[in-house]
Design a protein around this ligand. Sequence first.
Ligand code: HEC
Length: 142
Amino acid sequence: MRRALAAALLAIGLALPAPAAAADRSAPEPVAARDAAADALAVHDYLLSCGGCHALDGSGSEHVPALRGLDRLLARPGGRAYLVRVPGVTNAPLSDARLAALLDWIFVNFGNRTPAGFSAEEVAAGRAAPLVDPIAARAALE
Ligand code: HEC
């Protein structure tokens, strides 16, 4: 009987989460802590507006660039402006704010390290100046 009780207590102990370690306030916010509803909206927007061309996992295809590793482009001079001026972005049937949130979601979820922090204003400015020749603009970033 005592053995059964001990086993039951042990099982409960194992099922309980470990006591939280002292919070490390300097650690970056984990992706899981992002707003779940905002993420669900971004997934929806990505599937409807981008995924058909860039593939569901952002890996692209023979004719469409991958959306993975965009932080490398972001780091180049002119890279940030380029990202909000490509046709797929400027022509998306989304508001500037939703597009900005979608770009951040892409940055976090497709192998990029951090959200790029695009604002609705920045997206609006990019859309107001769509690239005439995106292939040449991309080549100029290399
Ligand atoms: C009709 C197909 C299509 C759709 C839809 C589309 N794209 Fe693209 N995207 C492309 C192509 C093709 C390129 C290469 C540049 C060009 O020719 O426009 C590109 C380039 C890009 C680039 C630059 C990547 C690089 O490495 O140069 C980004 C960022 C991007 N698209 C984001 C998006 C986002 C975000 C969406 C959805 C809101 C989207 N695209 C929708 C086809 C598409």
